[in-house]
Design a protein around this ligand. Sequence first.
Ligand SMILES: C[S@@+](CC[C@H](N)C(=O)[O-])C[C@H]1O[C@@H](n2cnc3c(N)ncnc32)[C@H](O)[C@@H]1O
Length: 259
Amino acid sequence: MVEGWDYEEFKRRFYQKMGLELDRYKDKQMERRIRQLMQREGKATFNELMQYILEDEKFKEKFMNYLTINTSEFFRDGKVFASLQGEILPRLLHSFQSLFIWSAGCSIGAESYSIAILLDQLRALHRARIVATDIDEKALSIARKGVYQEKLLDNTGPHLINKYFTKNKEGLAISEKLRKAVDFRSHNLFVDPVPGRCHLILCRNVFIYFKADTQAFLLEKFSSNLEQGGFLVIGSAEYISNPGRYRLKKLYPTIYEKL
Ligand SMILES: C[S@@+](CC[C@H](N)C(=O)[O-])C[C@H]1O[C@@H](n2cnc3c(N)ncnc32)[C@H](O)[C@@H]1O
């Protein structure tokens, strides 16, 4: 009989087979989520769960999708987008001829398209390159398709919905112009290189799930790839306790400028 693995052993095996370091995520939260899924799927041990992941491609996808909590919506945290539209993007457009914007942990693309909408409103979409990345392939395929349920647009003004979306049988489809403006890529924040020198990085509601040392590692990675005068935007439940350490200055609770 196989000895039952504990969570530590599961994390090790998962990394060997799947290449994702679960150890970088906060343990309590992650273990609880995984155990909940095991219960739902009728898997009594971590060994059984691992076997199921390896044998069933569909379940593997479901598991990865479940692990990486991908809730998102358009213009999530209205205040942040108001600052981006009213101050941050105009400042960047004034200082730089063209912008490289990275939406890191973009999930289904709502955040990335929200930025594209703001840039279009500022008549500057042609001056920006938007790269949006996530580890979750399923979320990325939704993002690339760009069709959303109406409830994800609750924070989006009706004039913007009319201008940028068309209703079809599946939901609201984003305009071709915006769909083409965002380059969605598969990317693991722990190991993959930053996609370019950035003027604006949005990494919101992503590192809240990571352990402190991984958060610090990522903040350093973000900062060293941000142009001076560029900005990092984090989620409203996230906090950088010592921004100076990363050559960042807090401008608003979720917006930091690179010094
Ligand atoms: C809650 S969503 C945030 C979506 C969006 N940024 C927002 O605030 O609306 C968190 C995203 O982080 C992604 N994520 C988690 N771990 C990751 C990793 N190691 N590398 C890249 N993305 C990761 C998840 O797949 C998920 O789509």
